[in-house]
Design a protein around this ligand. Structure first.
Ligand SMILES: [Zn+2]
Length: 318
């Protein structure tokens, strides 16, 4: 099920990352209120912990994305590592405050820097880094750009941050055994990016969606608009007790939590199609399409125009 649009992904990604601003705070409330412990962790299920992201801009704040981990009897699996080495170290300390179980796996849900620049903190011989089969290519294109941006950012303690590539690749699905539970990883077709992974823990009935799911913060389209809609509609068929979004509350109710994102993506698709069919150009599209969504999202002006450019570039070839 390859997506022809994936051919243009590297260019879009490179251009997009340079422009990307941030993921910001969400005004939405979690479907369940979790009390954070002293390490800022929210326990979203029996063995599943989320360090919710805070408000801020990529390369200015390190702790923007929701990151977390799942504790098994034999292994811990980390899901994303934050925006710098120091942020990864904070997550490591948070894990060690709860368990001494070996960290066998670090799973990166996609290529964006707020999710994977903390990998270095977990680098040990016994730890495997797991990613989508397209993640190495994506990291090869933008990894050095991330590091340059980080070095020139307001943070002064980022010298230890490195790009750590995955050594376990997921091309379709992959099971990771943590002892008492087997995680099911799914490599998605091109959607939010070309390298989106989701992680399902059947024992806790938790689905970690990475940035396939945004709440409150304007979605960042870096892959395929049509593909993203398809993936979300597919995932909506799943009955899951707990969903962890890449940005937003630590956990949300599913499939209700997909509502805003789908409305945004479908509106963008429909308006862009009409615009292209009527002969409109890309400049006008940026100025006029999708503006009814502004009131629903934070950082709309920073992200929406770029999304329109991506949508136009994709849909003009239909
Ligand atoms: Zn993100």
């Amino acid at each position: 099920m390859s997506n022809p649009f994936s051919l243009s992904f590297p260019l879009l990604l490179t251009a997009g990352i340079l422009l990307i601003q941030a993921h910001a705070e969400t005004a939405l409330q979690s479907s369940e209120q979790h009390t954070k412990n002293s390490h800022g962790l929210s326990q979203v299920a029996a063995s599943s912990y989320v360090r919710p992201g805070h408000h801020g801009m990529i390369f200015e704040s390190e702790d923007i994305a929701n990151i977390g981990f799942i504790i098994g009897t034999e292994c811990v699996a980390v899901v994303d590592t934050g925006g710098s080495y120091t942020e990864g170290m904070r997550l490591l300390q948070a894990i060690r405050s709860l368990t001494a179980t070996p960290i066998c796996y670090v799973i990166n849900t996609h290529v964006h820097p707020d999710h994977m620049l903390g990998n270095k903190a977990f680098q040990q011989e016994s730890t495997h880094f797991v990613g989508h089969q397209n993640l190495p290519q994506a990291l090869g294109l933008v990894g050095d750009i991330f590091l340059d941006r980080l070095q020139t950012s307001k943070h002064s303690v980022q010298a230890a941050t490195e790009i750590i590539f995955p050594d376990v690749l997921v091309s379709d699905t992959l099971q990771l055994d943590l002892g008492d539970r087997k995680l099911l990883l799914t490599a998605h077709d091109v959607a939010h990016t070309a390298a989106d992974l989701s992680i399902y823990d059947p024992k806790d009935d938790v689905l970690w969606m990475g940035d396939l799911l945004f709440l409150g913060h304007t979605p960042a389209l870096d892959g395929s608009l049509i593909g993203w809609i398809d993936e979300i509609e597919g995932l909506m068929q799943k009955q899951v007790a707990v969903v962890v979004p890449g940005h937003g509350p630590a956990s949300v109710a599913w499939p209700q939590a997909s509502h805003d994102l789908l409305r945004y993506l479908k509106g963008l698709r429909d308006e862009t199609r009409v615009w292209i069919e009527s002969g409109g150009d890309i400049q006008g599209a940026q100025e006029q399409l999708g503006l009814s969504e502004r009131a629903h999202w934070q950082l709309f002006d920073q992200f929406h125009r770029r999304n329109v450019i991506s949508a136009y570039a994709e849909l003009e070839w239909e």
